[in-house]
Design a protein. Sequence first.
Length: 315
Amino acid sequence: MATLKVPAQIPSPVEDSEQLRKAFQGWGTDEGSIINILAHRNATQRRLIREAYSATYGEDIIKDLDKELSSDFERAVVLWILDPAERDAFLVNEATKRLTSNNWVILEIASTRSSLDLFKAKQAYHARFRRSLEEDVAYHTSGDIRKLLVPLVSIFRYEGDEVNMTLAKSEAKLLHEKIADKAYNHEDLIRILTTRSKAQLRATLNHYNNEFGNAINKDLKTDPKDEYLKLLRAAIKGLTYPEKYFAKHLRLAINKLGTDEWALTRVVTTRAEVDLQRIGEEYQRRNSVPLQRAIANDTSGDYKRMLLALAGHED
């Protein structure tokens, strides 16, 4: 469930854009007004605000936000005001340009989005960057990592609940054989993970666990430092239990020496309208601390207020 809280009665997009324009003017920016408006509007409402702002003032509100805000607060607001597909396209493109952590962002978007959401992100990518998302992922990766990521971003999975249990049993056996042989990059292993529906994958991996006595990710932990194996395990978790994937990455972002604001901002802004409540429940179950409290303890100022508003915090 989403944590975004939208009031029952809200002003028109024109009124919201007028209030945001006022927040940019004067001696100092009114960050409180920006949070009060944008952190309580859904994707459709935010898009209408952007359109109204452009029609009224002849300017792109994102460019004005860039000028008026700074640091982590700016990034949170700018990511949030984007349409979800546009945001994912931006994040993937940004990831391909970074020297570190780029593969994780690509994998996250490929494995935790629905087929339709991933398709829309690829459309947005093509419209904005005049290249295909698959093309850029292939160009900026290599070896086994490319072999995994390119099909992950290319596929359009069946999203229904229908499961073939005979297939689940046979493919669980096949996965076990390849892992026992340390053939972690075998085409059959990658084919199963990158083409089967998420419901089918869960059935296969449940049978793997029951039949062979270990969760598949435990068997894939032979070399904890191997980047490909880390991505492979993360893909499995993202595809089958995204709330566990995100809860773990929030813990890593918050608990490390120096907060990973990029990861924290990305997870909150991309999941607030999707499943951040379930992620928060999983986070508390695993860490014995409410997610809102963890965010509050590890952030400050307008950045903290923005993230907490998106996480459903009541003032």
